[in-house]
Design a protein around this ligand. Sequence first.
Ligand code: HEM
Length: 125
Amino acid sequence: EEKASMYERIGEELLHRLVDQFYKNVKNDPDLSPIFPDDLTETARKQKQFLTQFLGGPPLYTEEHGHPMLRKRHLPFPITPTRAKAWLRCMERAMDEVNFHGPLRDVFYYRLTLTAQHMVNTPEE
Ligand code: HEM
């Protein structure tokens, strides 16, 4: 018998609240806001799709946008080690703000640290 995916255990409602809170934090982050669009509605929509499949849920991102190729899609943006740390800090704060705690959070956050490191494409300015 298949165990429930991380996506099912977290649930769509919490995941969506987390992503919305995350982009509020991004908007207020001086290292990150300059490289993001002013309107983050579409960015948040895509991130919900991506994280759904990242956590073992339905492949919503791929269905609409094709293979994620995340590193390649991030190449237009100068992602320094400082920005990767800022991204992770915004996520950690968002997890606290939506009251997401426990082992599921820890595994999810750990996986995000690996992906964030992989996105770094520019040395420190
Ligand atoms: C898109 C920055 C890490 C997933 C973007 C965009 C920026 C960005 C500027 C474009 C936003 C837009 O034009 O709508 C960063 C920075 C990171 C980072 C500075 C620091 C390491 C990550 C990580 C993930 C991720 C760890 C996944 C876990 C995505 C997705 C998109 C995106 C799914 C949308 C791609 C698309 O246009 O289809 N990111 N990102 N990013 N990012 Fe990141």
